[in-house]
Design a protein around this ligand. Structure first.
Ligand code: EPZ
Length: 416
């Protein structure tokens, strides 16, 4: 329940990146030695990944924000439908299980609220390493021992794939010989995974560029690692400052990972000061109209499209937002319209006619970033907003209502 409008002000820390932590946790399967992952965010998706690893026989201990993972002993090779259907990132166990044991069975994920999300590129990647891939009873069964290095182009209709690049890297680090991934994803989370694999003894070059080269090694060892800050959480908080015409210092973030986001915030008229591991974002007026199109990194992230759509709903003029990564990722727009926004969706494009104000309403979250957008809109709108299905929010934001509450938002989690 949110009561608006309020202006947010103060200083807020950034959590560690969910989308860096998830593949890194899966990568711990690549060694029988223990790994320590620090500053792990306490999120539902992280709990799901821990549950998946435990179901494979991995020892996972969590103390405060530090996770100790040991994949010694007998490790199962099957990721069941029950877990994969809850979280697509479960797919990240495919590469490491195959790489280390030459055998992995992973349930095919089902539908997804943000549109079709095929796994063909993941399969193309491991097939290029010599794996045999079969679909049986709803499961992908991949086998191949030893895997051998190969060259592949991992480009889909919407460009490179974060997940397929990460999975293929994890399968290739223990393969015989050299692997070359062309059209690799350049996202900071992929670079961070390469950093962790390198800390385990892997030989990787070119991460962060479209051509990644991996020289297979015989074995990997344990590592102690702190993943990168969450650029999407920091971006969400930056939008919170702009949408409430407030003033926020966002600490512990990495502005270098947020260049396109900072650029669009400035276009909207917000003042953004980017320093070392910090951003200061403030706004005084309604946002100016912005034209933006989501794209693979370093382009504008699809994971901030919903939050910007909420911001531009308060704009002074007409904005155009094009979603190029996930074609059906606009369900939040229909909910924002219930709050008085004027958003027309035409295929992949949203035309947003800015309104002076939105009014609180009961709205329904459809996915993680959509729920964040609705919460932000609720803080800036007049009156009461009730955001339902906030379990989506808990998948990717740790206690967001507490963070926003500490900055002045009138927000409360209500259990029914
Ligand atoms: C990752 O998903 C993130 N998830 C997503 O964050 C993020 O939106 C996405 O990357 C894009 O940045 C995690 O890191 C856990 P992709 P991923 O493979 O890896 C197509 C969030 O809210 N594609 O880069 O699944 C795909 O359909 C989530 O935190 C294929 O065609 O995304 C899409 O159009 C949501 N075939 C495009 O590639 C494939 O085999 C990019 O998807 C795989 C993907």
């Amino acid at each position: 329940m949110i009561h608006g409008p309020t202006r947010l002000e103060g200083s807020v820390p950034t959590a560690t990146a969910k989308n860096a932590v998830l593949p890194i946790l899966a990568a711990c399967l690549l060694t029988e030695e223990p790994c320590i992952i620090r500053d792990v965010p306490l999120l539902e998706d992280v709990r799901t990944m821990a549950k998946l690893l435990r179901s494979l026989g991995v020892a996972v201990e969590l103390r405060k924000h530090t996770m100790r993972i040991s994949a010694a002993g007998n490790i199962e090779r099957t990721a069941t439908y029950d877990i994969v259907r809850k979280m697509r990132a479960s797919y990240y166990v495919l590469g490491p299980l195959l790489g280390r044991f030459g055998d992995a069975r992973v349930s095919l994920p089902g539908g997804c609220a943000i549109g079709p999300r095929p796994v063909d590129l993941h399969l193309k990647g491991i097939a290029a390493l010599g794996a045999e891939v079969n679909l049986e009873h709803g499961y992908i069964h991949a086998t191949g021992r030893p895997l051998r290095g190969g060259t592949m182009l991992l480009e889909g209709a919407s460009g490179p794939s974060v997940g397929a690049t990460a999975n293929t890297m994890m399968a290739a680090v223990l393969a015989d010989g050299e692997t070359v991934i062309e059209a690799a994803a350049c996202e900071p989370e992929v670079v961070d995974l390469a950093g962790f694999l390198t800390a385990m003894g892997a030989k990787i070059e070119g991460h962060g560029t479209p051509v990644v080269r991996i020289r297979g090694v015989k074995r990997l060892h344990g590592a102690d690692y702190r993943p990168i800050p969450d650029r999407i959480e920091a971006g969400t908080l930056a939008v919170a400052a702009a949408i409430t015409r407030g003033n926020l210092e966002i600490t512990g973030c990495e502005p270098e990972h947020m260049v396109s986001v900072v650029d669009r915030l400035r276009q909207s008229g917000a003042t953004v000061e980017a320093g070392k591991r910090r951003l200061v974002v403030s706004a005084e007026r309604r946002p100016a109209p912005v034209t933006l199109a989501t794209a693979p990194y370093p382009g504008f992230p699809t994971d901030l499209q919903a939050q910007f759509t909420a911001l531009l709903s308060f704009g002074h003029g007409t904005s155009v937002v094009t979603e190029n990564v996930f074609e059906a990722r606009f369900l939040h727009a229909l909910e924002l319209n219930r709050m008085g926004a004027k958003i027309d969706i035409n295929g992949r494009t949203a035309v947003i006619q800015g309104m002076e104000y939105l009014s609180g309403a009961q709205v329904m979250a459809s996915d993680l970033r959509a729920s964040a957008a609705l919460v932000l809109a609720g803080i800036a709108a007049r009156g009461e907003t009730e955001v339902q299905r906030i379990y989506h929010l808990d998948r990717g934001y740790e206690s967001l209502e507490q963070k926003l509450g500490a900055l002045g938002a009138k927000i409360e989690r209500v259990s029914y």
